[in-house]
Design a protein around this ligand. Structure first.
Ligand SMILES: Cc1cc2nc3c(=O)[nH]c(=O)nc-3n(C[C@H](O)[C@H](O)[C@H](O)COP(=O)(O)OP(=O)(O)OC[C@H]3O[C@@H](n4cnc5c(N)ncnc54)[C@H](O)[C@@H]3O)c2cc1C
Length: 472
C-alpha cells in the first residue's frame, strides 16, 4: 500500500508532534549530517530516504510515536544498526524511520537465573562482552556483531557461525516487550524456561522483520562461558571435499561450535581487501573449524578426530591457531568476507540453506549455474548449518545482460535449495530485496496465512510497509 506523508503541512504537523514526544534534537530531517544513512542499510546499493527520522529513548515514547503515526496514516520503519542484508530497514514508502539506537541499555544481568534483560539498541558484541566479563555466554554471533543490534537480531532471527552447536537468536529469547502498530504495549514471556500460556506470539515476533511490532525490550537466556576453545584452518584442493568433510565430522559424534566455509575467490578477496596473506590461499576452499568446552583433554581428542576426517578428504593441512591473538585474527578474516567480496563489484547476495548433508550438492549446483550463465559467484558461509551465502558479482558484465540473467540465476539457485530440502533464506530474511522470490519457498496457503497475521497486527499496513509480501 502507498501511504506516505505528502503535503508539507502534514509533514510539519507530524514533525512538531514528534519533537514534543522526544526532543527536537532527536528528530532528524533532510540536511542533518546523519540523515542520509537512514536511507540505506547493507543491502546492495539501495537507497530510500525517509521524510523524518526519530530516535526515542523509552518504550512510552515508542508507543506515543506509533499512536501519532497511526492517527496520521504515516508509515513507520523500525531500524537497529542498519546492517540488514535484505533491505528490512529501508523506508521504501518514506515516512518515519524509528531508530532504536538510543535504547541501548543492558538493564539487568541475572546471574541466579542466567538471564539478561536489555533494550533493543544494544550492540550485539557489547552484550556478548559484557556477559563474558561475568563468566556468562551469549552464543549467537552474527558476523556483523560489532554494529548490529539485539533488536535487529530478534527481528531478523539472526544466526551466525555458532548456530551449529548453540542455536540461533530465537533459541535464546524468552521474553519480549513490544509496541503494536497502534501504540499498545504488550509483553510475552520472561525469565521462564517453561511457559505455554496462549499462542506462542513471542515466537511469532522473532523473525517478523519489524512488520508486526516494535521490540522495545528482550529477556535473553545466558549459559556458562566455556573455558577453552581451539580454532583450526583447513585448506582443501577440492571444494566438494571441504563440503563433504562437514557432515563427516558430525557423523563421528562431534559438534564443533563453528564450521565455516570460504572458497578460493573469497580468500583471495579477503587478501586484497585486508592487504594480508592467507596460508594456502590458492587452495580451492578452506574450512574454519572451532571446538569449545571445559575439558581440555576432550577438546584435544575431538581435534584428533577432526584432523582424521580432514585427512581422509585430502586436506592440505590442519592448522591450529596457537594463540588467542591468532584465533581472533582468523575470525576477523572470516568476518570480513562479506565486505571483501562486495568490494569487488556490484553484487547480489543470497542466503541459501539446506540440510547439512546436502551441502556438497548445493555448492556444486551453484557453480554449475554460474558456469551456465557465465556469471561470477563467490560463496562462503556457515557450512555447519548448511547455510551458504553466495554473492553474484556483476564484474564487467553489460548492464543489460546483468539485468536479464540475474533474476534467472537467483531463481535457479533458490529452486535448487528448495529441491534439496532447504529454503531461500537461513538468516537474512525476506525484507524488500527477496520478496519477489517468496513464493518459491512458501505455497499460496502459507502466504495467505502470513498475510492474515500481518492484518491482525497491522490492519492499515503502516508498520514497515513494502516488506515480505510482493504487493504490500
Ligand atoms: C558484514 C555483515 C555480516 C553479517 N553476518 C551475519 C551473520 O553472520 N548472521 C546473520 O544472521 N546476519 C548477518 N548479517 C545481517 C545483519 O547483520 C543481521 O540481519 C542483523 O540481525 C541486523 O541487525 P540490525 O540491528 O543491523 O538491524 P537493521 O538492519 O537495522 O534492521 C533489520 C530488520 O529488523 C527490523 N528491526 C530492527 N530493530 C527492530 C526492533 N527493535 N523492533 C522491530 N523490528 C526491528 C528492521 O525494521 C528491519 O526489518 C550480516 C550483515 C553484514 C553487513
Amino acid at each position: 500500500m502507498e501511504v506516505r506523508v505528502t503535503s508539507s503541512g502534514e509533514l510539519e504537523r507530524v514533525i512538531s508532534a514528534l519533537e514534543s514526544i522526544v526532543t527536537p534534537a532527536q528528530v532528524l530531517l533532510q540536511g542533518h549530517d546523519d540523515f542520509e544513512k537512514y536511507g540505506s542499510d547493507e543491502t546492495e546499493d539501495l537507497v530510500f530516504l525517509p521524510d523524518v527520522v526519530v530516535r526515542p529513548e523509552t518504550t512510552e515514547q515508542v508507543s506515543e510515536i506509533l499512536k501519532l503515526c497511526y492517527r496520521e496514516r504515516v508509515p513507520v520503519t523500525p531500524r537497529g544498526g542498519g546492517t540488514g542484508l535484505s533491505g528490512g530497514a529501508l523506508p521504501v514508502h518514506g515516512g518515519v524511520v524509528l531508530s532504536l539506537e538510543r535504547m541501548n541499555q543492558i538493564l539487568e544481568i541475572d546471574k541466579e537465573n542466567f538471564f539478561a534483560r536489555l533494550q533493543p539498541g544494544v550492540i550485539t558484541q557489547i552484550f556478548q562482552e559484557t556477559v563474558e566479563a561475568e563468566g556468562l555466554f551469549y552464543p549467537p554471533d552474527p558476523a556483523s556483531r560489532g554494529t548490529c543490534t539485539i533488536g535487529g537480531n530478534l527481528a531478523e532471527g539472526a544466526g551466525g557461525p555458532r548456530a551449529l552447536k548453540y542455536g540461533v537468536t530465537k533459541d535464546y529469547v524468552y521474553g519480549v516487550e513490544a509496541v503494536l502498530p497502534q501504540g499498545e504495549i504488550v509483553r510475552f514471556g520472561g525469565k521462564l524456561l517453561k511457559d505455554v500460556v496462549g499462542y506462542n506470539l513471542l515466537g511469532l515476533l522473532i523473525g517478523s522483520e519489524g512488520t508486526l511490532a516494535v521490540i522495545t525490550e528482550a529477556t535473553m537466556k545466558l549459559i556458562p562461558l566455556p573455558r577453552f576453545r581451539n580454532t583450526l584452518l583447513v585448506p582443501f584442493n577440492e571444494m566438494a571435499a571441504a563440503a563433504r568433510t562437514v557432515p563427516a565430522i558430525m557423523r563421528r559424534g562431534i559438534i564443533p561450535c563453528a564450521m565455516e566455509f570460504m572458497e578460493r575467490a573469497c580468500i583471495k578477496a579477503i587478501e586484497t581487501h585486508r592487504e594480508m596473506k592467507v596460508q594456502h590461499s590458492d587452495a580451492a576452499a578452506q574450512l574454519l573449524i572451532e571446538v569449545d568446552g571445559n575439558d581440555e583433554m576432550q577438546l584435544e581428542h575431538e581435534m584428533e578426530i577432526i584432523a582424521e576426517e580432514c585427512d581422509r578428504e585430502g586436506a592440505l593441512g590442519v592448522y591450529l591457531a596457537e594463540t588467542t591473538a591468532k584465533q581472533n585474527e582468523i575470525w576477523e578474516m572470516r568476518r570480513s568476507a562479506g565486505e571483501a567480496v562486495k568490494s569487488i563489484s556490484p553484487y547480489k547476495e543470497e542466503d541459501t540453506v539446506v540440510p547439512r548433508a546436502r551441502l556438497p550438492e548445493l555448492v556444486a549446483g551453484i557453480h554449475e549455474i554460474a558456469a551456465r550463465y557465465e556469471i561470477s559467484i563467490i560463496s562462503y558461509g556457515h557450512a555447519g548449518d548448511g547455510n551458504i551465502h553466495c554473492n553474484i558479482l556483476k564484474r564487467n558484465l553489460e548492464d543489460s545482460y546483468w539485468k536479464e540473467v540475474l533474476p534467472k540465476a537467483i531463481e535457479e539457485i533458490f529452486r535448487l535449495a528448495v529441491h534439496l530440502g532447504g529454503t531461500i533464506s537461513g538468516e537474512h530474511g525476506i525484507g524488500y530485496s527477496q520478496k519477489r522470490f517468496l513464493s518459491i519457498a512458501l505455497g499460496p496457503t502459507e502466504i495467505a496465512l502470513l498475510r492474515r497475521m500481518k492484518e491482525a497486527f497491522d490492519p492499515l499496513g503502516l508498520l514497515n510497509p513494502g516488506k515480505i509480501f510482493s504487493d504490500s
